[in-house]
Ligand binder design. Sequence first.
Ligand code: OAK
Length: 824
Amino acid sequence: MATKKKTELDLQLNKDQLKASIVRHLRSTLGTSEQKASPQAWWKATAAAVNEQVYERLTRTQQTHFNKDTRAIHYFSAEFLMGRLTSNNLHNLSLYSVCEEALRELGLELTDLCEQEPDMALGNGGLGRLAACFIDSLATLNYPAVGYGLHYEHGLFRQEIQDGRQIERPDSWREYGNPWEICRPESVQEIPLYGYVETVFGDKGGLKKVWHAGRKIKGVPWDIPVVGFGGHTVNILRLWESRASEFFDWDVFNAGGYVDSQAEKAQAETISKVLYPNDETDAGKELRLIQQYFFCACSIKDIMRRYKRVHGSDFSNFAAQIAIQLNDTHPTVAIPELMRVLVDEEDLNWDAAWTICYQVFSYTNHTLLPEALEKWSVNLFEKVLPRHLEIIYEINARFLGDLVEAKWPGDDVIKAKLSIIEEGEVRKVRMGNLCVIGSAKVNGVAEIHSKLVKEDLFPEFAALWPDKMCNVTNGVTPRRWLLACNPELAALYDEVVGKEWPLQLDKLRGVVKFADDKAFQQQFMTIKRHNKEKLVKVIKAETGIEVDANAIFDIQIKRLHEYKRQQLNLIHIMALYRRLLANPDYDMHPRVFIFGSKAAPGYKLAKDIIYAINKLAERVNNDTRIQGKLKVVFMPNYRVSLAEKMIPAADVSEQISTAGYEASGTGNMKLALNGAITIGTLDGANIEIVEEAGAEHCAIFGLNVDEVKALKARGYNPYDFYYANSELKAVLDWFDTDYFTPGKPGELSSIKRSLLEGGDPYLTLADFAAYSEAHQLVDSWYRDPALWAKKAIINSATMGKFNSDRSIQDYVERIWKLERCKVG
Ligand code: OAK
């Protein structure tokens, strides 16, 4: 009997079916019963029931993509900061309320079950979370796409705060199993490392290079289905886990080295063991290079296998079928790896292989910070990837000898600057230069950032290839960052502008006309109030601190870095505290300053700033003299799932980086979308947020990019500001006392030192007075509830541009040239 193809309608479960499925999975998949099941078992049973839907759609998607032999984008990223998937998958499958009802009939709350899920924290911050938003948008817009990355056993460390200090604990997100991933042993790859290169005579005459590996590592793929909103396309995120290769173990074993073979096994497994916790700093460690090569080589092999299944060894269609996006320089080694495969393994000549290569790759730059620009020592490269170093030399020789020589004949200074190899005591491979040379397009992530990439970071490359450089402003998925995290506001928007906004976020503009409407303002602010009340409980549970939802909730959530200037926020709070101590009637609306932030474990000053925030919090929160007007909260273990609780509750969004340093920011977009008012500098995407919302609805302060450059050029002296502003001086001097660290004077002095003797590289003191004024403005706005509501509403309603669907559409049009592929 012919089986009837299931229609979309057949796929959609009703409440009773879902309930039955959950109970069935509880018994047959989890091996327990309704009476005995733990909340975790219920969560897993729910996930298993949802997966029935996911897998059906995944299979359909894969069949459709295979049948149509579509061009696809392969998003290479060392980080995917996915967070939790349960509520996201339910929303995207339009099953959220069905599931909520089904569980309620079983006596359970869906939101409680969602809390059982550990965050998938396979990323540090902005770059990793952007990758997660992008794969959501790619599936939602029905683009064929695969995310490729590393299956870290331990994601970003769990942060504990002990006596105010950050302590890092391992994160074990899959300790008790992860229902959202599927192991695919049929697609295992073997990856060579180390060894040497031999030149031999090829079959077709001529010389050939053969890489004799010193080790081989097995790459095991784990697929995480990525469900698009509406549930049509389900793409995959394929993450590679490293294992010891059988081939290698047996060699050692046969030589009588059972114990040694176990050591080899442990070494092989180390590759995907932990995520490096450095955000925007380059560790330069051998293991990190191996991680990068491992996931790129596995992914290129995977792409090759799929391509050859259809096209055999005819590579004339390769560039038409395959696009690879390099998420920053971390996956750059994919460029020489593809060259190696095409030239050494597939016998293409160099020119044919290079023509393919530079059409396939594109590169996104996510930071201008020099310490993030990856450089590997030539010696290390030669040891780990000897053949790749030869290929890099060849790419470089041709680039400098042909293109650079033609444009700047005889100019050795320019050649030295553009060379992939940095000369010096330690010769280094510059991954940024390799990326630009090997990519069709290079983009920054906000207008101003892309301009700086072109003008300051890569000016000569831009002169050589004016069309290569472009901009794609970042975005965030409105499904996670409004629909799922702020259900009350989402429901209000459904009523006012209809239900299309999660796909067409511009529709929220329809809300602007209600910004002055008293009834609407009240509804909007009531929702904000509810979200704040929920956060009050979370704060109490996590920190023991009691805060009042009547206060202004002023939130700074992001990685800790001097350029992001948490220290500016800190010294301003100290200034407010001084004002309150000097005058208990000092006129200000009560304010709660809330921080969430992890510091790289080796970043001493960043950790000292966390300590200072916590010590300030202890003192301020217990000081009855200030009548609760000021509270400071440091939320431990900031992560995606905590962001989802904090963002809907924010009144004020702190986006206060030194102008020119924050490439884009995406928290700024999420907070404004949820009705927070930005206090910020003209940096990154803040500039575009202000363009959308209107300057009068944001509190912009401080030096702009040109002024920062000019001040630095003139010679910035932080002491000028220290001596000129008595309040600032008093605050900085406070760091040297034991006021916040009783009995331990000087424990906070490193912060003062960095701002004075250290030269204050991020111009904190130069922006202090303007920042303080901006806060006074915000305070005055808040005391006028109608004015505040209007600003909050307008901010939320005008963030349509920052939908990651729009970013993806920009990538498609400017870089990837993909076609949508409807899965039906
Ligand atoms: C991390 C490691 C190396 C280089 C850059 C990063 C990173 O996370 N950069 C951040 O990327 C975000 C997404 O594009 C931007 O919004 C942030 O401004 C940027 O700091």
